[in-house]
Design a protein around this ligand. Structure first.
Ligand SMILES: C[S@@+](CC[C@H](N)C(=O)[O-])C[C@H]1O[C@@H](n2cnc3c(N)ncnc32)[C@H](O)[C@@H]1O
Length: 211
């Protein structure tokens, strides 16, 4: 691996490069927080595992954790290489609880689910289709289910790219009006790559329960 930061691959939508550089990374904190909240409420029923959607699953860092913790998973991504990486993972045993769907966010159907996890992926939906995608997400999550993931804010460096969907804090709160917010952490910081070129991060980390 070159040591190039992950975000440089994401900046240019070099998803094969991103997947290769993501190998071995741990699950996202927002996913872990949501799973802990579920486990505090009710134990996983192995005879009838709950359903999670991992939207923009990438090479499967979150999908693998969901399967390890007993969930059924519908892993959705718009790049076919995501699924070849997923299928080559050595930390997945429960293949019978995983389905993989190749679909762009802009026209995806989302199955009914207890958890909709979308880690660092929603900003890559075309802005013309974001409202439609969010409606489909909200409709898919059962009452008492959760959303976990990130929205990117207007001060993020990528907000000026025309094909990205970024939201202000007020807009995030409006999107979450059908939810009880359990975590809404706003992160704003400078990142620098190995050449010194910077990226300003403005990210909302969210865990929210569907009412
Ligand atoms: C930054 S990666 C995040 C991957 C993983 N969830 C993670 O946390 O590392 C964004 C993912 O969204 C997918 N993606 C980007 N734009 C997409 C689109 N318009 N439709 C479907 N998938 C898309 C990419 O293929 C990639 O897997």
């Amino acid at each position: 691996m070159s040591g190039k930061p992950l975000y440089e691959f994401a900046a240019t939508r070099d998803w094969p490069g991103y997947f290769a550089a993501s190998a071995g990374r741990p699950p996202r904190e927002t996913l872990l927080a949501a799973l802990d909240l579920f486990e505090r409420e009710e134990p996983i029923d192995a005879a009838d595992p709950p359903m999670a959607v991992d939207l923009g699953c990438g090479e499967g860092r979150d999908t693998a954790e969901l399967l390890r913790r007993g969930w059924r998973v519908s892993a959705i991504d718009g790049h076919e290489d995501a699924f070849s990486h997923l299928q080559n993972r050595t930390d997945i045993a429960a293949w019978d609880r995983l389905e993989m769907r190749l679909s762009p966010f802009e026209e995806c159907q989302i199955p009914r689910c207890r958890l909709l996890n979308s880690s660092f992926s929603l900003p890559f939906c075309s802005p013309d289709y974001f409202d439609r995608l969010w409606r489909v997400i909200v409709a898919a999550i059962e009452p008492g289910g959760r959303f976990a993931g990130q929205f990117f804010g207007p001060r993020d460096s990528w907000a000026k790219l025309p094909d990205r969907s970024h939201q202000s804090r007020d807009e995030v709160e409006t999107l979450l009006k059908a939810f009880r917010i359990e975590q809404l952490t706003e992160e704003e910081r400078e990142g620098a790559d190995c050449t010194g070129a910077g990226k300003h991060w403005h990210v909302f980390h969210v865990v929210a329960k569907r009412v």
